[in-house]
Design a protein around this ligand. Structure first.
Ligand code: SIN
Length: 292
């Protein structure tokens, strides 16, 4: 964290030295007051990713806090077609733990490739909250990149070239490489299922432009030959995932990370499959479809 810290009597907001990410200290999400909540919202808009450490939340606490940010989405079903937490359809479990022969969550222990959550639907969630319940001693770090910074870094000619293009966000595979429940496997980006969005969008809160890539696998730019689409996407991805555009979080149990699902992408490192990692996630519905 940089030394540029905003302080009140209890609350601290400390930005990272990257184009995104800030840690808020001195708040308890179980009983956050209006002033702290306003500061957290400001940090979310200004820094896209907000870390709050040392929380002790039940699923009901996580849902109640998430609802202060907006209406919640129901979690997608797990890779094996099951819902996650009985009676709490808002909770998505990210975990490698197997109980009674069945996975309790999604994504296993492997790498989760760069992605934006659920951008393959018409109105993707505007934000996600991930709460760490159990974490491995090493591995499983989550990295975030700024899609504002990615757009800002584009050379003028490339910016002009992508200004009016659209992109199909694939709904076949999740970030762990698993085929989504009820979907047929496909590796043809032109015909695989998924929603089409502008390649450059304007953020409804900040008014800033961001590059909206979603995920690399099966992405496609309609109107281009497949080879041209692949080449352009490869070129754009280099700007998105440059090391100076990435902030990586090493988890501790009790951490909550809130990220803007429009102005960021994220990925997760693999970890030892024999270790346990249990994270609970909620998602806040987008109020509008991504737009240019
Ligand atoms: C996710 O992609 O939503 C999960 C990220 C993680 O497991 O850290």
């Amino acid at each position: 964290m940089s030394s540029a810290a905003e302080k009140t009597a209890r609350r601290t907001v400390v930005a990272t030295d990257r184009p995104l990410g800030a840690e808020i200290g001195g708040v308890d999400l179980q009983r956050i007051d209006a002033a702290d909540f306003t500061a957290l919202r400001h940090a979310f808009v200004a820094h896209s990713v907000v870390l709050i450490r040392d929380q002790r939340l039940t699923d009901d606490d996580l849902i109640a806090f998430s609802r202060r940010l907006g209406v919640l989405d129901w979690a997608p079903v797990q890779e094996n077609g099951r819902r996650f937490v009985p009676g709490k359809p808002e909770i998505y479990v990210v975990s490698n733990v197997v109980e009674n022969g069945a996975a309790i969550g999604s994504l296993g222990a492997g790498e989760a490739a760069w992605h934006t959550d659920m951008s393959y639907i018409e109105a993707p969630p505007m934000a996600s909250l991930l709460y760490a319940i159990e974490v491995p001693a090493s591995g499983g770090d989550t990295s975030f990149c700024s899609m504002y910074a990615a757009y800002d870094a584009l050379p003028a000619a490339l910016r002009e070239r992508v200004a009016r293009l659209i992109i199909k966000h694939d709904g076949t595979y999740n970030s762990g490489g698993y085929v989504r429940a009820g979907i047929a496997a496909s590796d043809d980006p032109r015909t695989s299922p998924g929603a089409v969005h502008p390649l450059v969008c304007v953020h409804p809160d900040s008014g800033r432009r961001y590059l909206y890539l979603g995920r690399r696998r099966n992405a496609y730019i309609p109107g281009l030959e497949l080879a041209q689409s692949e080449a352009l996407l490869d070129e754009l991805w280099v700007y998105a995932t440059r090391p100076e555009n990435v902030w990586t979080h090493r988890w501790r149990a009790g951490d909550v990370v809130l990220w803007d699902n429009r102005s960021t992408m994220h990925r997760r490192d693999p970890f030892d499959a024999a270790a346990r990692r249990i994270m609970h996630r909620t998602q806040i519905k987008g109020t509008t479809a991504p737009s240019a």
